[in-house]
Design a protein around this ligand. Structure first.
Ligand SMILES: [Fe+2]
Length: 415
């Protein structure tokens, strides 16, 4: 009995610690900060708070209780994921939804948290619901990162340069760029059964790698600046055709958050506007920019399998959300930067592994639905919770996306 109670207590503790972290991330914000939406692909903080809650209410509470009553039946139209809410999806942008108020959404969170922790504490829960709670917690952690990145974009548009977290960014020096050579072979990729993983990491698959080399650290701002100064944004031969048209349409001339102020390069960060640190990893670049940079540098991006094979020996440690820096920092001696700092673009189009089957029902928000026109990123960023990332983890974004904290690691063929 004591062991069972401890297990249930641990499950409730884990649930609450993830849910409470989300709210702690929003503590520095005003209610106004939580309502606005600055990009179609970004969402207001209030929506993230409601949407993650709706997940638990719909996929767990509605499932386990015959007498289920929604906190507010109208919330599905506001907070549902695309598939489940399609019929009732609002036709207005989420950033104009001043109602429900932030207070009402927080009350919604508390009501759902009470019911879920009661379930967990009393062990009135079947294994499938328990698995759905774990999925909901991992889903919530994805939204924790999104809260920070969506907010960063919103703040970046404000001439007052709002500061989310005060304090200096860590500095460092630029380490020499090294290369690690890896041999040919048939290797197994993807997540094994038995531990939590998203379905897009499964089933495990075997891929043949040819000899390649991978950079020992990320590309720095200083290196990317050389690309700009060499006319990188004006040379069509460096860009994929689709990227070249976006460069022109969007007038891209530098990474998303770089700015010239008083004739010096600056970067907008969650700690406000800072002088550009040339030793820190370049961030907020698209796949197109990563690819063009790699071409200019006489290299290429790694495939997602080359990345996974190279990263699997590295500890899951580094500049992740838990470090509290919230910005990529210069590599330290011996640090590979595979985990944390920036998501790393790979050259791999986001596709299912052999034998993949999407999960039934509405719980496919991140999987089969996005396996067109997206590229895979690996490794997590300075906004990714440390217990959320792993070597097999696949993030997928459209090649023009820049608002996520994404950067560049180079690879090349051994010929
Ligand atoms: Fe979601």
């Amino acid at each position: 009995v004591a062991i069972a109670e401890a297990t249930h207590g641990a499950a409730a503790d884990r649930y609450l610690s993830v849910r409470q972290l989300t709210e702690r991330l929003t503590e520095p914000l005003t209610p106004e900060d939580c309502v606005a939406q600055s990009l179609p692909e970004a969402n207001p903080v209030k929506w993230h708070l409601g949407h993650t809650t709706w997940f638990f209410e719909t996929f767990v509470l509605e499932r386990v209780s015959a007498r289920f009553r929604a906190f507010d039946p109208n919330f599905t139209a506001l907070f549902a994921i695309q598939t489940a809410g399609e019929a009732a999806a609002p036709t207005v942008p989420r950033g104009v939804l001043t109602r429900p108020t932030l207070g009402e959404v927080l009350a919604y969170r508390r009501a759902v948290d009470d019911r879920i922790t009661n379930l967990l504490a009393r062990d009135q829960i079947d294994p499938e619901s328990r698995a759905l709670i774990e999925l909901g917690l991992n889903h919530e952690q994805q939204h924790q990162e999104r809260i920070l990145m969506d907010l960063k974009h919103l703040f970046s548009l404000n001439p007052l340069n709002p500061v989310y977290r005060s304090g200096r960014l860590p500095d460092g020096i630029t380490l020499a760029l090294g290369w690690r050579s890896l041999g040919a072979g048939l290797h197994e990729f993807g997540a094994p059964q038995g531990r939590f993983a998203f379905d897009n990491e499964q089933p495990q698959c075997q891929i043949w790698l040819v000899p390649y080399s991978i950079a020992t650290r990320l590309v720095t701002n200083g290196e990317y600046l050389e690309f700009i100064q060499a006319g990188g944004y004006e040379r069509p031969e460096l860009w994929p055709a689709a990227g070249w048209s976006v460069v022109h349409r969007e007038h891209w001339q530098q990474p998303l958050h770089w700015r010239r102020v008083d004739n010096a390069w600056h970067e907008f960060t969650l700690r406000g506007l800072a002088e550009l640190d040339l030793s820190a990893p370049v961030s907020h670049v698209s796949y197109f920019e990563a690819d063009a940079y790699a071409n200019w540098a006489g290299a290429r991006l790694p495939s997602e399998f080359e990345w996974e094979y190279a990263a699997r020996g590295s500890p899951i440690a580094g500049n992740l959300l838990d470090a509290g820096v919230l910005h990529p920092r210069p590599a330290r001696p011996g640090e590979t930067q595979f985990f944390g700092d920036v998501w790393e673009w790979t050259r791999s189009a986001y596709a299912p592994y052999a034998g993949y089957r999407p999960p039934p029902g509405a719980i496919c928000e991140y999987d089969g639905k996005f396996m067109v026109n997206h590229f895979v990123l690996r490794g997590g960023s300075c906004a990714t919770p440390g217990d959320h990332i792993r070597a097999t983890y696949r993030l997928a974004l459209p090649p023009s996306a820049r608002w996520q904290c994404a950067g560049i690691r180079l690879a090349r063929d051994n010929v």
